[in-house]
Structures are given as C-alpha cells and as structure tokens.
Design a binder for this molecule. Structure first.
Ligand SMILES: Nc1ncnc2c1ncn2[C@@H]1O[C@H](COP(=O)(O)OP(=O)(O)OP(=O)(O)O)[C@@H](O)[C@H]1O
Ligand SMILES: [Mg+2]
Length: 242
C-alpha cells in the first residue's frame, strides 16, 4: 500500500490554543500523529541569554529551536509516516485545561475522515496526517515548505497574555519547570512573536493584518471569534479537500 503523509501546520502565538486544537484533530483524524515544535527546543543550558534583559530567551526564533534537528525529523516523518523512536516528547508533562467540543462535531467529522480513509485504502493509498503544532512554524523556509496545509491561529494580545499568566510554567526537555520571570511577556515573549510573524501579514500588523502571501496559502483563523468547535469545523472542512 502506498502511504501519503500530509503535514498540517498549526501555528500561532504561545497560548493561542494550538495544542488544544491539535489534540481534537488527533482524535478526529484516523491515522494521525502530533509533532510538537516545543520538543525541538535546545537543552536549557544552550538557550541564549537576552543581551539587554539578562534572562534566557526561549522565544526568539534563531535560538529557541534546534532547527537542523527539527527539519531532519520532519523530513524523516514525511518519508516514513512514523515519528522516529528516538524522538522524545515532553508534552505530557505540561498541564492542559480541557476545552471540549460538541459531541456531534466530533462524531460527524470522525465518520467523514474514517470513510475517506477507507475509500482511499481501497484505492491502495493510506493517509497519515501529521499535525505539526508550533509557535514558530512560519519562520524557517524549509519548515514552511514541508507543510502541506498552513493554519495560523490568531488570538488578541491581551487574551494571550492573560492565558500565559495563568499558566504555572513550562516543562523543559529535561523535565524541569520554567516559570516566566517578571516582565518576561513584555520583554521577551511578545517582541519575539512580533519579530517572527510581522513579515507575513500586511503592514507588519500581527494583530490585524491579513496574510500577505509571504507564507504561501496561509489560512488565518481568528481564534477568539470562534469557539474550539467552530475552529475544528473550519479546519476539517479544509482537510477534507486534501
Ligand atoms: N478556544 C479556546 N477558548 C478558550 N480557551 C482556550 C481555547 N484554546 C485554548 N484555550 C486555553 O488556553 C490555554 C493555552 O492553550 P494551548 O496549550 O492549547 O495553547 P498553545 O498555543 O499550545 O500554547 P503554547 O505554545 O504555549 O504551548 C489553555 O489553558 C487552554 O485551555
Ligand atoms: Mg502548546
């Protein structure tokens, strides 16, 4: 049987709801796996210091991700449809408040994609959906190119900041807990987000600008206008076309 691996990129700022959305899709799409970009962060001792604020900068694109490792792994997943066994995910360590969707939404789409999977298998093709969840998904040209579908989840600044502040911290790859120092949002997180995303929206306006084509076929999803269920509907309708 031929395998077709489809990469679905779910990008957006920290706390925009990427992982929440990806986990709903994981349950809906038969034969799907999630790749979390967070798992490609370098070990804590290699995270660069911010030159001005003298804190570790987990967010600026250049230093926040081990790009060669991420690209190598993505290429392998694309080729094999399997996450290599040596790849370790620490996602399970992170707290995640459940944001449920309507049972009907789940059931309807699950049936649709199960049917699609069955039909394709009769034609000799197995589909594997790879949900790539990342806060810096549209920065590196090779990563952008590897994604077959590019979704950008956008949530207003104040909502992001509030959600981030409610979070107790982030587990590093080594398992220790990182807590944001005071002013970390203003000094590090938000400026790094703006720097990595302004080139892909009109006027460089990450809050209101429409996609400007710098990232080809970018689909903007305004997170706050939609409940998670509506987001799932929107994404599934798009994936049905693949
Ligand atoms: N659509 C939504 N409506 C309300 N709350 C949400 C929604 N999506 C996610 N949340 C909440 O926001 C918080 C962050 O969500 P999530 O972990 O999915 O974000 P993320 O984009 O993966 O963030 P990070 O990049 O920091 O991992 C969680 O507490 C989650 O329950
Ligand atoms: Mg996440």
């Amino acid at each position: 049987m031929k395998t077709r691996v489809i990469f679905v990129g779910i990008g957006g700022a920290t706390c925009s709801g990427k992982t929440t959305l990806a986990k709903h899709l994981r349950k809906i799409l038969p034969g799907s796996v999630i790749v979390h970009q967070d798992d490609f962060a370098p070990p804590q001792e290699l995270i660069p210091m911010h030159p001005e604020y003298n804190v570790q900068d987990w967010d600026s694109a250049e230093g926040a991700i081990d790009w060669p490792r991420m690209i190598r792994t993505l290429r392998e997943v694309k080729r094999t449809g399997i996450i290599p066994p040596e790849h370790y995910s620490h996602d399970h360590l992170n707290e995640q408040r459940d944001v449920p969707i309507e049972q009907d939404t789940f059931r309807r789409w699950h049936e649709t994609f199960t049917r699609i999977q069955d039909e394709r298998e009769k034609e000799g093709e197995k589909i594997i959906w790879v949900l790539v969840d990342g806060f810096l998904l549209f920065w590196h040209p090779e990563v952008i190119e590897l994604l077959d579908v590019r979704m950008f989840l956008r949530v207003p600044h104040d909502v992001l900041k509030k959600r981030r502040n409610e979070r107790h911290g982030y587990h590093t790859a080594e398992g220790s807990l990182w807590r944001d120092p005071p002013q970390y949002w203003e000094q590090i997180v938000w400026p790094a987000y703006v720097a990595a995303h302004s080139r892909m929206v009109e006027g460089g306006d990450v809050e209101h600008g429409q996609p400007n084509g710098a990232v080809p076929d970018l689909i903007l999803i305004e997170g706050l206008e939609m409940k998670v269920g509506a987001m799932v509907e929107r994404v599934c309708a798009r994936l049905e076309e693949q």
